[in-house]
Design a protein around this ligand. Structure first.
Ligand code: SAM
Length: 201
């Protein structure tokens, strides 16, 4: 069985858009207790790699290529340890040439602690989505995919526009398992477009 019922949401997303392939490298943000990690690990098989990040500790998984990083994704140090876990140069500013982008799929199920105050919960959700989006742009291969949970509200349209500018197409999706939480959506962004190379690079 899965560690969290949320695993079924990712199962549905994968069935809907065939997100994962055998051998993929996947980053899972907001991964505790590890339900999505279990689904991703099953799908990529032992040929793939999955790295999960969360504020909370995550009990070890049996898959040989699942690693976890404990930390806050809004903290630069956590991003540093994520790059290290992926075998990417952890200090990209000091490196020469094109940064390494080894990741096929970035998923984020990060959610703020809900206060019940609609505007505040929405704003904090969008803030986490933007952290996940920055991470996706930093690590995804051209053609890579990005899935992010968002609580619906007035800033979603702007966020979606920004994601659309970097991917071939984006759609909003509400898995069956999310229906009872009426404001919860997932943006499914497929096919990260090749980052334009500016003159002088
Ligand atoms: N997908 C997970 C699973 O299937 O087990 C469930 C994720 S749960 C809905 C949301 C998670 O986001 C929580 O574990 C929370 O600690 C994490 N989270 C929230 N803010 C975060 C942040 N700034 N950095 C890292 N994780 C964060």
């Amino acid at each position: 069985g899965y560690r969290a019922r949320s695993a079924y949401k990712l199962r549905q997303i994968d069935e809907e858009v065939d997100l994962f392939d055998r051998g993929d490298t996947v980053v899972d943000l907001g991964a505790a207790p590890g339900g999505w990690l279990q689904v991703a690990a099953e799908e990529v098989t032992e040929a793939g790699t999955v790295v999960g990040v969360d504020l909370q500790r995550i009990d070890e998984l049996e898959h040989p290529h699942v690693e976890t990083v404990r930390g806050d994704m809004t903290d630069e140090r956590t991003r540093y340890y994520l790059r290290k876990a992926l075998g990417v140069d952890p200090d990209p500013d000091e490196s020469e040439g094109t940064p390494d982008r080894p990741v096929d799929v970035v998923v984020s199920d990060m959610a703020p602690n809900m206060t019940g105050e609609y505007q505040l919960d929405h704003a904090r959700s969008i803030h986490l989505c933007r952290q996940a989006f920055d991470t996706a742009l930093e690590l995804l291969k051209p053609g890579g995919d990005f899935v992010v949970k968002v609580f619906d509200g007035p800033d979603l349209a702007d966020f979606r526009d920004d994601v659309e500018a970097q991917f071939q197409y984006v759609r909003a999706y509400t898995p069956e398992a999310s229906r009872k939480r009426s404001s919860e959506r997932y943006l499914l962004a497929r096919g990260r477009t090749d980052a334009p190379v500016s003159a002088g690079d």
